[in-house]
Design a protein around this ligand. Structure first.
Ligand code: NAD
Length: 427
């Protein structure tokens, strides 16, 4: 199957968030005409005005692509003559812990009514194994299409790592699996002009499992290192030095780092998609449940450590001023989804501490109905705190300055210079 020629190919992207927007720009950059559909009118208006809402995408990039190959719109009808469409809508969990595929369902139902015959539909959103076949195929067939014959369906998981610019989206090997062999071929032909390496797998279900394996691997290993960190703490051994030393082993060890808990739309959520599917099949995922349990206990561990440190200064939480640095779920992003900062702040609220926070990427933050504004990181702001708690390591934060001016620091991310400073404590 020969590849689609960018000069005469139009593709659609449904959902222009952390995944869809960079993908849309990469496809435009490869020479395709790209129509990006999002239900969020404000986001589309921002893109049309040449401004970005993602820390990883600059206004300059938006301005250079919008109107020059990339058309953002709220109108699904614009997809009526596309050759292919990639779906990048959210796949969160319901409060019950069950997968919430409602965004995927609504997106595919909408586009099934507008896409033309022979269109290639590629799902990028993370889903449970089997979902592409169970959700996309019937929705398209309900509109009279026959999958593998006059419409082609594949799953290709996005592997972006927001907040870093080492790997460009087009350079990350792209796993891809079709519902039928012909679907696989067609999807590969669409992505061949965009990605430097394609990794074809047997089926869409296998591609779905690849994504869940990758993120479950991270969640479980982070759970392990968080557990070892609490043991190291009891032993009065520095976990960071321990990991550095273990990492000198040239084989068989891969470093993972402890932290205040998991956050974001992927690592805390995706393993639950696998465990839900395992339960449907009558099996259990004990590693996943255990890692989830340990990772969810970390915000409590952080608050308990802060309490111990304040106690050493004979200060109860109710009289303490706590300055949190970083409420985004990780460094250099503005994303607070599932951030452990919610639980840390929530527990501090229950203990009646005075709470302030600084995050250069998150201007406001709401927990349990209390809205906080990011406080500027001035000398006064740091000095006023009885304890500074570092939750993320944002590149633009001057942790040297924090270490110089704070009277007490509890650092969960190894960001603050600590050597020889008895007032800087690490997780
Ligand atoms: N964020 C990441 O780092 C990352 C990495 C890899 C994979 N993923 C997966 O990619 C998917 C998307 O995640 P994200 O972080 O980009 O989400 P996001 O919330 O940043 O973006 C999703 C976009 O989809 C839009 N949308 C919602 N419903 C829609 C609909 N019916 N039609 C059109 N647009 C709609 C929203 O308005 C939003 O702009 C998820 O399944 C996620 O698990 C995310």
């Amino acid at each position: 199957m020969s590849r689609y020629e960018p000069s005469n190919t139009t593709v659609g992207i449904v959902g222009l968030g952390y995944v869809g927007l960079p993908l849309a720009l990469a496809m435009t950059d490869a020479g395709y005409d790209v129509i990006g559909v999002d239900v969020d009118e404000e986001r589309v208006a921002q893109l049309e005005a040449g401004t970005s809402y993602l820390t990883d995408v600059s206004d300059e990039e938006i301005s250079s692509f919008v109107g020059s190959g990339f058309e953002p719109t709220v109108d699904y009808d614009r997809l009526s003559s596309v050759d292919a469409v990639s779906i990048c809508v959210p796949t969160p969990l319901r409060k019950t812990g069950q997968p919430n595929l409602s965004y995927v369902v609504s997106a595919v139902e909408e586009l099934a009514t507008v896409v033309p015959p022979n269109c290639v539909v590629i799902l990028e959103s993370t889903v449970y194994p089997g979902a592409t076949e169970e959700v996309l195929v019937p929705a398209l067939e309900a509109e009279g299409f026959e999958v593998g014959s006059d419409i082609f369906v594949a799953f290709s998981p996005e592997r972006l790592n927001p907040g870093q610019d080492v790997y460009k989206i087009a350079d990350i090997p792209k796993v891809i699996g079709g519902v039928t062999p012909r679907c696989s071929e067609k999807a590969r032909a669409v992505y061949e002009s965009v990605f430097s390496e394609l990794v074809p797998v047997e089926s869409s279900t296998e591609a779905e499992l690849v994504k869940l394996l990758e993120n479950t691997f991270r969640a479980v290993n982070i759970g392990l290192i968080n557990e070892v960190a609490t043991i190291a703490d009891e032993l009065d051994v520095d976990i960071w030095d321990t990991i550095d030393a273990a990492s000198t082993k040239p084989y068989g060890f891969m470093p993972f780092y402890p932290g205040p808990g998991l956050g974001g739309h992927c690592i805390p959520v995706d393993p639950m998609y696998l465990s839900w599917q395992a339960n449907q099949k009558g099996t259990q995922t004990r590693f996943i449940e255990l890692a989830d349990h340990i990772n969810r206990s970390m915000p409590g561990h952080v608050v308990s450590k802060v309490g111990d440190l304040l106690n050493d200064n004979e200060l109860p939480f109710s009289l303490a001023d706590v300055l949190i640095i970083g409420v985004a779920y990780k460094g250099d992003v503005s994303d607070v989804r599932e951030s452990p900062a919610f639980d840390v702040v929530g527990e501090l609220q229950e203990k009646h501490a005075t709470i302030r926070y600084h995050d250069p990427h998150v201007p406001t933050f709401e927990v349990e109905g209390v809205e906080y504004d990011s406080t500027p990181l001035t000398e006064d702001a740091v000095r006023q705190a009885d304890c500074v708690v570092v939750l993320t390591d944002h590149e633009v934060v001057d942790y040297d300055f924090v270490a110089e001016n704070a009277s007490l620091v509890f650092d969960t991310r190894n960001a603050t210079p600590h050597r020889g400073r008895e007032w800087v404590h690490r997780l």
